[in-house]
Design a protein around this ligand. Structure first.
Ligand SMILES: *[C@@H]1O[C@H](CO)[C@@H](O)[C@H](O)[C@H]1NC(C)=O
Ligand SMILES: *[C@@H]1O[C@H](CO)[C@@H](O)[C@H](O)[C@H]1NC(C)=O
Ligand SMILES: *[C@@H]1O[C@H](CO)[C@@H](O)[C@H](O)[C@H]1NC(C)=O
Length: 380
């Protein structure tokens, strides 16, 4: 622990932590990495190319071999979420699709020991470590001229989406592109932008939201935000996973993204100023169309809505045109992101199982997590 941290803790009064009913219930068997350093045995990096897809190279972020990245190709970095690992979503969907179709390198990060169930709260507290270790790798790759900055694209699913946003705080140069695949909501509703993925984290941030009432965020978070099948349920999920359709909703984001890499029809979304306007049926059905996913235009901005099929191939191409301009004309709506709902997040349909039976106020817990990290983990 750094001396300043110690002093701040003393000033803040350690007793308030000890007497805290919420921190007190955290499962002591859940591992929280305090004072951990990078490189770290619990955050590992695996490099895949088309030739090594079954035998990835484990990278040492402080002793990189430039020959591993020859010839020069774009680099895609994949980040899993809660309970994940390097062969879990989004890796299992997106990595093969990338290697089949594009001449790229893929790095799958594995931080499974830090995000094990049933330790969601501990997982959230471990993310700054993952973010720092990722930033260390990227800073070294770029500074040593091994991979050009412009060729790096970070793709994070769920908690991995939030890691991508946090990593940006430690990067020497703002990344070119971050894709957030249904970035995680629990314990990020009240977060500041340093802890949460937002448009400030990369030159271009594209986000796909598929479980807006559950595990994923509702509010727009990027330059461009896509909302496939906006609503409580993704088509096919009740059939696929009747016991937990939410996890199926959530995982649709990496599935759609993987399909978008080589989709002949494409996922075409239509712009609407916000999901609220969309819900009220007030979007113009003749507004701008744009392609969602891997091949999204990097100049695009705004919120876009689309429908998909219930099973692969999910993409439906262009939506039908209907003329509702008479209704819409009455509302002078901007076609960009609307400001009205920026701070709004619906309550979770399901809360965090870890806290459910203990009747914990997640808002209160989240405030404490923010407070803690501002002390322990200065993000700048
Ligand atoms: C990757 O290798 C497979 C054969 O193993 C080949 O069919 C495919 O075209 C390769 N992908 C690229 C992008 O070169
Ligand atoms: C890695 O995680 C395990 C828990 O999964 C923990 O016991 C161990 O101390 C961690 N290692 C480091 C270096 O933090
Ligand atoms: C990509 O899509 C095209 C046509 O949609 C198809 O013919 C081709 O096999 C696909 N490529 C791969 C590697 O699956």
């Amino acid at each position: 622990m750094r001396p300043t941290t110690t002093v701040l803790l003393l000033l803040a009064g350690v007793c308030s932590c000890l007497g805290n009913p919420i921190l007190g219930i955290l499962d002591p068997s859940c591992f929280v990495a305090t004072d951990a350093v990078c490189p770290n045995e619990n955050v590992t990096f695996w490099l895949y190319s088309n030739d090594t897809r079954d035998a990835p190279i484990q990278l040492n972020p402080v002793d990189l071999n430039p020959w591993d990245f020859q010839p020069s190709r774009p680099l895609k970095i994949l980040l899993h979420g809660y309970t994940g690992h390097r062969d879990f979503a989004p890796n299992n969907h997106i990595r093969p699709a990338l290697l089949d179709n594009e001449n790229v390198y893929v790095i799958s990060i594995d931080y499974a020991p830090l995000v094990r169930a049933p330790c969601y709260v501990a997982a959230v507290r471990n993310l700054p470590l993952v973010s720092k270790c990722l930033a260390q790798l990227i800073n070294n790759l770029v500074e040593r001229g091994i991979v050009p900055h412009e060729l790096i694209h970070i793709i994070g699913f769920s908690l991995g989406g939030q890691v991508a946003g946090q990593a940006s705080n430690y990067l020497k140069r703002k990344p070119k592109r971050i894709t957030g695949l249904d970035p995680a909501k629990p314990l990020f509703i009240l977060s500041n932008n340093a802890r949460r993925l937002d448009a400030g984290d990369a030159e271009f941030v594209d986000v796909i939201h598929t479980d807006t009432l559950g595990r994923g965020m509702m509010r727009p978070m990027g330059h461009v935000d896509f909302y496939p099948n906006f609503g409580p349920l993704q088509p096919g999920c009740l059939e696929e996973n009747p016991n937990d359709p939410g996890s199926c909703n959530h995982e649709r984001a990496p599935r759609f993204y993987a399909e978008s890499i080589n989709s002949s029809l494409g996922f075409m979304g239509r712009q609407c100023s916000s999901w609220l306007i969309y819900v009220f049926g007030l979007c113009s059905t003749r507004s701008e169309l744009a392609l969602m996913g891997y091949h999204v235009s990097l100049q695009l901005s705004g919120s876009f809505f689309l429908k998909t099929r219930s099973q692969p191939p999910y993409a439906m191409g262009n939506p039908l045109e209907e003329d509702n301009s008479k209704y819409v004309a009455k509302f002078h709506l901007s076609s960009r992101h609307s400001e009205i709902e920026h701070d709004f997040e619906p309550e979770l349909g399901e809360s965090i199982p870890e806290l459910e039976d203990k009747d914990v106020d997640t808002n209160e817990l989240e405030k404490q997590l923010n407070w803690q990290e501002s002390l322990d983990e200065p993000l700048f």
